[in-house]
Design a protein around this ligand. Structure first.
Ligand code: CDP
Length: 379
């Protein structure tokens, strides 16, 4: 059966040999199919791993990188390697965001109808005199085990009815507070939408070139009253507060996170009522915040950020959504450090939010054509 060259050969007259040859041929065919299948699986695995690094792995690694304080030589070397990897990841995210984007209205409507199914509707955003009465009970989003009751004082602070156009808006821009906006020159583009959402009553005039000046709905997180306005304790801080608030139009919406926040919010509302601020001031119903959190609970753990909350409002109210100033990372695509906020006073990131989960979610919505995340310069 073996030739003098050492290879296997078959005697054509031997029926056993012929059967054996048939078996070998058959096995070779099978082996080729199995090898091709394995190679396909390996290649798919590599592709999916790369894709995961692009979108889902971004923030977890950034989270690990955040504390870049000095340590031993070994730690410093590791930190340098991590930093390089981190910046490579950010570059990939930038590249993904630079790819042509197209609005997918069908998917946007599908997301909206899912939100409405879970009672996240534009009708129920605010506490209004029309829909709330003295004695209404609510849970605080920060401490869901604690309830509070709407008393006469709180009721007197409520707006009469929902100030939003419940038929919705055509094109909306949601402006986050990231330092990525510094020198972006995106002000004009941001102001070009039909409806503009802003976070936490940032000063407008001095940042108009990069962040724009128009506003239709801005939040005022009570924590900003501590950080920027020294709890409205003196004349100077009160004046600064009303000066900045007077740059706003539309609605200033105050979330009710917890008991002490609510106390400070009512004080801020009193201050605005005394001043010449033209924007309407409204309290967000905590039930609405809890419903939004419940809706995203599989994507974002814990409290959602102001930017994510406003993006959700845009999903229920707008036909086309663009996001600016959303970049919760410490570096840009060139590896240059960037501040956390585009204003220089509020420097500390909030410890309550899971910005990385949120950014992953925004990337997914961007790639599905539901909304457009902008991180490019607008020049
Ligand atoms: O109230 P909160 O602490 O959530 O917000 P902020 O720090 O005033 O910023 C407003 C929003 O901008 C955040 O909720 C984020 O959605 C977004 N943001 C971001 O994406 N990247 C940053 N570096 C800072 C803020």
């Amino acid at each position: 059966m073996y030739s003098n060259t050492g290879t296997m050969s078959f005697n054509p007259r031997c029926s056993f040999c012929l059967r054996l040859r048939g078996t070998y041929r058959f096995r070779w065919k099978r082996a080729t199919v199995v090898i091709a299948l394995c190679m396909f699986i390996i290649m798919m695995g590599a592709y999916l791993r790369k894709h995961r690094t692009d979108v889902q792995g971004v923030a977890r690694r950034l989270g690990e990188l955040e504390p870049l304080e000095s340590g031993t030589q070994h730690e410093e070397r590791k930190r340098d390697v991590d930093l390089k990897e981190h910046i490579m990841t950010l570059k990939r995210v930038y590249r993904a965001l630079e790819e042509p984007w197209q609005l997918n209205q069908t998917t946007l409507r599908r997301v909206r109808s899912k939100l409405q199914d879970q009672l996240v509707s534009a009708r129920t955003i605010f506490f209004t005199k029309r829909t709330t009465h003295v004695g209404t009970e609510r849970r605080f989003p920060r401490k869901p085990n604690e309830t509070f009751t709407v008393n006469k004082n709180l009721y007197n602070h409520l707006i009469q009815e929902n100030p939003l156009n419940l038929n919705g808006y055509r094109k909306c821009n949601v402006v986050g507070n990231s330092g990525i906006l510094v020198n972006s020159q995106c002000g004009e583009r941001i102001d070009g939408a039909n409806f503009i959402f802003r976070c936490n009553l940032q000063p407008l005039h001095q940042y108009s070139r990069d962040a724009g000046i128009r506003s239709n709905l801005s939040t005022l997180n009570p924590s900003v009253l501590w950080v920027r306005y020294q709890r409205l304790e003196n004349k100077k801080s009160k004046r600064l507060f009303t000066d900045i608030a007077s740059q706003y139009s539309g609605v200033v919406a105050i979330p009710t996170g917890g008991a002490s926040g609510l106390k400070w919010s009512l004080r801020a509302m009193d201050e605005l009522k005394k001043s010449s601020v033209s924007a309407k001031v409204a309290l967000i119903d905590p039930q609405h915040i809890l419903s939004v959190r419940e809706f995203w609970k599989h994507n974002v753990t814990g409290t959602i950020s102001t930017g994510m909350y406003l993006t959700t409002l845009a999903l229920i109210l707008c036909e086309e959504i663009h996001l600016y100033g959303f970049w919760p990372f410490s570096y840009n695509q060139y590896g240059q450090p960037i501040p956390f906020h585009y204003t220089d006073d509020l420097q500390k990131p909030s410890i309550h939010h899971h910005m990385s989960d949120e950014f992953n979610l925004l990337m997914k919505l961007h790639q599905a054509g539901v909304l457009h995340v902008h991180v490019e310069r607008c020049t």
